[in-house]
Design a binder for this molecule. Structure first.
Ligand SMILES: Cc1cc2nc3c(=O)[nH]c(=O)nc-3n(C[C@H](O)[C@H](O)[C@H](O)COP(=O)(O)OP(=O)(O)OC[C@H]3O[C@@H](n4cnc5c(N)ncnc54)[C@H](O)[C@@H]3O)c2cc1C
Length: 323
């Protein structure tokens, strides 16, 4: 038993950011356990997705092609991956912690007599896998014991997708034996974000607003900064709970996990439930009038000041710089 399988997910034929983050996690695990990393792609014809995966620094790409994998089904993916795992005997199987993975990976792990170490945020020597517990108040360290394989899913934003180097991996095919009778559910149309919905998870720039804004009527102040920067607007939970912004804009343990290039937190204290949703951001800027606000502990740049003075000045500076 050896090797690391990293299972990738594509949407409309493109591998998503969180899957590259899973590859980054698998590469980090590989450096700890000195084992090769093999990327796995699923579908009816995975040639394009396999080529995309093969252009990264993995040891090989495994194409799992079957007509019954054209659309996702928990049964189809579970059966196909079970067969692949039994054939390849990997020691580790790494997934992105997506809704789809949450749907089938626990069943797959159980079928192989294993548990799933879900929503991992870091991997240390050993290997030891770290997860957040109790809404982020505690961290738990997990080791896999007994026979493998060890199943792990990684949290969105916890690993850097842009840390995965380029490469030229060989592509192999694996054809599972699947029967229509094995697929007990029929998948409906994939969820599509409506015109009004946002995918903060893939935004590169986010300006997030917290209770420091005081009134819903003051939100345009922060929206103006977001618009000037070409950023998405995010929020802490109280803003969404109050109905000032829709729930889809909430960042944190009960909202979205984000990992933009720049995250600007305006009037947000930095409660742990908010931090777990954004601390994977590459650069964090905090604007808060309280110099002891916990947000400054994770911030790369901090502005201690009144947001009602700082934000309009920043917006004006951004507009001036763009002229
Ligand atoms: C189970 C559970 C799940 C949760 N999930 C989430 C979640 O997903 N996301 C989330 O965000 N929270 C979540 N919370 C809530 C979380 O604990 C905090 O209550 C929340 O994040 C606080 O939001 P805030 O920072 O906007 O408000 P506050 O904590 O009230 O902070 C407001 C900040 O604004 C600053 N401020 C005030 N006036 C100004 C001014 N004029 N200029 C500059 N700064 C100013 C203050 O100094 C303060 O730091 C959850 C809580 C629980 C129990």
């Amino acid at each position: 038993m050896s090797g690391i399988l990293v299972v990738l997910e594509d949407r409309d034929g493109r591998i998503g950011r969180i899957s590259w983050e899973a590859v980054a996690a698998a590469l980090q695990l590989a450096s700890t356990v000195s084992q090769p990393v093999h990327a796995v792609v699923f579908g009816a014809d995975t040639s394009a997705v396999a080529a995309e995966a093969a252009a990264r620094a993995v040891n090989s790409v495994l194409r799992v092609d079957h007509a019954l994998l054209k659309t996702y089904s928990s049964d189809g993916y579970t059966h196909a991956l079970e067969q692949l795992i039994r054939a390849r005997q990997p020691e580790y199987v790494v997934f992105p912690h997506t809704y789809q993975v949450r749907d089938f990976a626990p069943a797959l792990a159980a079928r192989l007599g294993q548990s799933l170490i879900g929503d991992v945020i870091s991997i240390g020597g050993g290997p030891v896998f770290t997860r957040l517990l109790m809404q982020g108040r505690l961290t738990g360290a997990y080791r896999h014991s007994g026979g493998g394989p060890c199943f792990v899913s990684v949290q969105s934003g916890a690993f850097r997708s842009d840390s995965v180097p380029g490469g030229a991996a060989p592509i192999e095919s694996f054809v599972p034996t699947l029967d229509t009778a094995q697929i007990r559910t029929r998948t409906g149309e994939p969820f599509r974000a409506g015109a009004q919905t946002v995918d903060l998870g893939s935004a590169q720039l986010i300006v997030s607003v917290g209770r420091g804004i005081k009134e819903a009527e003051n939100l345009p102040l922060v929206q103006d900064l977001a618009t000037a920067l070409g950023a998405e607007l995010g929020a802490s939970r109280p803003i969404c709970d109050s109905g000032w912004l829709p729930m889809e804009r909430q960042v944190g343990s009960s909202g979205q996990t984000v990992a933009p290039k720049v995250y600007i937190a305006v009037g947000i204290s930095g409660a742990i439930q908010h931090l777990v949703g954004m601390k994977g951001s590459q650069c964090i800027v905090a604007i808060n009038k309280d110099p002891d606000a916990p947000i400054f502990e994770v911030a790369d740049y901090g502005i201690v000041g009144d947001l009602f003075e700082v934000v309009p000045a920043l917006t004006a500076a951004v507009k001036a710089a763009k002229q």
